[in-house]
Design a protein around this ligand. Structure first.
Ligand SMILES: C[S@@+](CC[C@H](N)C(=O)[O-])C[C@H]1O[C@@H](n2cnc3c(N)ncnc32)[C@H](O)[C@@H]1O
Length: 259
């Protein structure tokens, strides 16, 4: 791992931010709701989002009725973008800068959520150990982590190259990869991607996030269960089967309950 090589996630989230409208927020709410345990009464619960990016999922949590919502990101540009988006949608959210590997958070929360973050910290194992501390007894931990695939070593090299190369090469790589994704969707007759991108995201900014997302780690379902450890029970997971990962690996989603 090269500690000084990091993708500027915040810049990408800031660029994507202008695309967030009520329809994208609605899709983000649906994706978040799918992961939330149906038995919990949100209005009495606290929600923490680690690595909030644009803030769209923290805003979704507030819209779903969580009593308090807090979100953090390592990248100050993500923090500012999330603050601006919370203001835009008129929701009260506590947003601040924090590094999950060296966190200043002392509170515990009913639901701790971190989607597509812990594998980008440079030390996923430590990040998982740290995030567990924020979950209240009987609370829930929802994490999304890249699946381990055959192409993980290849993508890791591409991401490393992208983060270190000049802006012209970055531009070429972005357009090339985006075009490949479009062609793939057209060839497989998957036109839904043009109207509906999961979680309220946007195909172009998602593809840039994938290309640049370094540091990069991935894990199998078993590795994640082992890292989370025996104080938690896995109550559900989605998309956790490893594939080839030729077009990118995709995240598996895990829902744990603290014993
Ligand atoms: C792929 S983005 C996911 C953003 C958001 N969770 C979502 O689903 O849209 C990863 C985010 O993790 C943040 N991040 C990376 N390392 C981090 C760390 N050590 N502590 C907190 N956040 C971190 C990045 O700045 C980035 O905003």
């Amino acid at each position: 791992m090269y500690p000084n090589v990091r993708f500027k996630f915040g810049k990408n989230w800031n660029n994507y931010s202008s695309k967030i409208d009520q329809s994208k927020l609605h899709k983000a709410i649906i994706s978040l709701k799918k992961l939330l345990p149906s038995e919990i009464d949100f209005t009495k619960k606290s929600f923490l989002d680690i690595g909030c990016g644009s803030g769209i999922h923290a805003i979704s949590a507030k819209k779903l009725g969580f009593k308090t919502v807090c979100c953090t990101d390592y990248d100050i540009e993500s923090v500012n973008t999330s603050k601006n988006n919370a203001k835009k949608f008129e929701y009260e959210i506590n947003v601040f800068q924090d590094d999950i590997l060296n966190s200043n958070i002392n509170d515990k929360f009913d639901l701790v959520y971190s989607w597509g973050v812990l594998h980008h910290t440079g030390n996923m194992k430590k990040a998982i150990t740290n995030i567990k501390k924020f979950v209240m007894p009987k609370g829930h931990l929802i994490i999304a982590i890249y699946r381990k695939t055959y192409f993980c070593p290849f993508w890791k090299k591409i991401k490393f190259f992208y983060c270190r190369t000049n802006n012209i090469n970055k531009f070429i790589l972005e357009k090339l990869f985006y075009s490949i994704l479009i062609i793939r969707h057209v060839v497989t007759l998957n036109f839904s991607i043009f109207v509906k991108v999961e979680r309220g995201m946007n195909l172009f900014y998602d593809s840039v996030d994938w290309l640049g997302g370094y540091p990069y780690e991935s894990a199998t379902k078993k590795e994640i269960i082992d890292m989370v450890g025996t104080e938690f029970s896995l109550i559900n997971s989605y998309n956790s089967k490893s594939g080839y990962g030729f077009f990118g690996t995709g995240c598996a989603e895990y829902i744990f309950r603290k014993k």
